[in-house]
Write a protein that binds this ligand. Structure first.
Ligand SMILES: [Mn+2]
Length: 259
C-alpha cells in the first residue's frame, strides 16, 4: 500500500490538489492555515490584514524570541484597524480563516484521513469537509490490515497558535490510543534532533508522552510534521522509524510511505 502523507500545508492549495496522485491512501497531518510565511512575508493572513512591513517586523521579533515585542506590534496593528479589545480579533480573523478553509478543503484530495495541526481551528473543520474526508484525532483506524493511530494538535507555547493542548490533555490522548502499526501525529516526539528548527534556530515543541509511547509500543512507523526545517528529518528509535514528512508549503510534495 502506497500512502502519500502531507503536513504543514499552510495555504498551498494548488499543490494540495495533486498530493494524492498515485497513492492508495492519502493522509494530511494538519496546519492548513497560513497566518504568517516566515520565508515570504508578502502572503498570509497577517499580511492581508496589516501589510507586509508590519508582518516583517512581527516575524523579526518572533524569530528573535522577543514575544512581548511581537505582542505589542500586534496590538498596535489591531488598534490601527480599530480593534482595541483582543476578544474582538477573532471576528476579523475567522473571516480570513474561513476563506482559506474554503479553498483548502476544495483542494484536499478525497478520500483523505486527516488530523489537526496547531495552526488549525478544529471547530470549523466539520463545516468544510467533503465526502471522503475523515477527521481522526485520538483514535485508530484500520486500512488494508494496517492499524493507524492519529493524534492532532500542538503543545501550549509562547507562539499562541490556535490549537494548543496542555501536557495533560495531550498525554490523555496518547495513553488512550492503544497499539498501532503506524502512528500519525502533527508534532514529533520530544527528541532534540527532531524538534530543533535550523532556520528558526529554536526548539519547537515535541511531546514526551509520544516518545514513551514509541519506546513502549514500537510501531513500525511514526510520521509527523510541525518542524519545518528539522535538524534531522528521520531517526530510528528501537524498531520505530520516526519520519518528519516535510514542509508541504515549501516543497509541494507529499512524503510517500510504502507499507
Ligand atoms: Mn506548521
Amino acid at each position: 500500500m502506497r500512502i502519500n502523507v502531507v503536513s504543514d500545508v499552510h495555504g498551498a492549495d494548488d499543490a494540495l490538489k495533486l498530493a494524492a496522485d498515485g497513492a492508495d491512501l492519502f493522509v494530511c497531518l494538519g496546519d492548513l492555515i497560513l497566518f504568517l510565511d516566515y520565508d515570504d512575508p508578502s502572503q498570509g493572513i497577517y499580511t492581508e490584514l496589516f501589510g507586509e512591513d508590519h508582518t516583517r517586523a512581527y516575524i523579526e521579533a518572533r524569530t528573535a524570541g522577543r514575544f512581548e515585542d511581537a505582542r505589542e506590534l500586534s496590538a498596535a496593528a489591531w488598534a490601527r484597524r480599530g480593534v482595541l479589545d483582543p476578544s474582538e480579533r477573532w471576528h476579523t480573523l475567522s473571516a480570513q480563516v474561513r476563506r482559506q478553509y474554503e479553498r483548502l478543503f476544495a483542494a484536499m484530495p478525497s478520500p483523505a484521513l486527516m488530523t489537526f495541526g496547531n495552526v488549525d481551528v478544529p471547530d470549523l473543520w466539520p463545516e468544510y469537509v467533503r465526502p471522503g474526508h475523515r477527521i481522526i484525532d485520538g483514535s485508530v483506524v484500520n486500512e488494508g490490515g494496517v492499524s493507524m493511530g492519529f493524534i492532532g494538535g500542538g503543545m501550549v507555547s509562547p507562539m499562541r497558535t490556535p490549537h494548543e493542548l496542555t501536557a495533560e490533555q495531550y498525554a490523555s490522548k496518547v495513553e488512550g490510543l492503544g497499539p498501532v502499526d503506524v502512528l500519525f501525529t502533527h508534532i514529533p516526539p520530544s527528541v532534540p534532533e527532531l524538534t530543533y528548527d535550523t532556520v528558526a534556530r529554536r526548539f519547537e515543541f515535541g511531546n514526551p508522552t509520544l516518545l514513551e509511547y514509541i519506546r513502549d509500543v514500537q510501531p513500525a512507523f511514526h510520521l509527523f510534521g510541525h518542524v519545518h526545517q528539522p535538524l534531522r528529518s528521520r531517526m530510528r528509535i528501537g524498531r520505530t522509524e520516526c519520519i518528519n514528512v516535510g514542509h508541504f508549503h515549501a516543497t509541494g510534495r507529499p512524503f510517500v510511505l510504502d507499507v
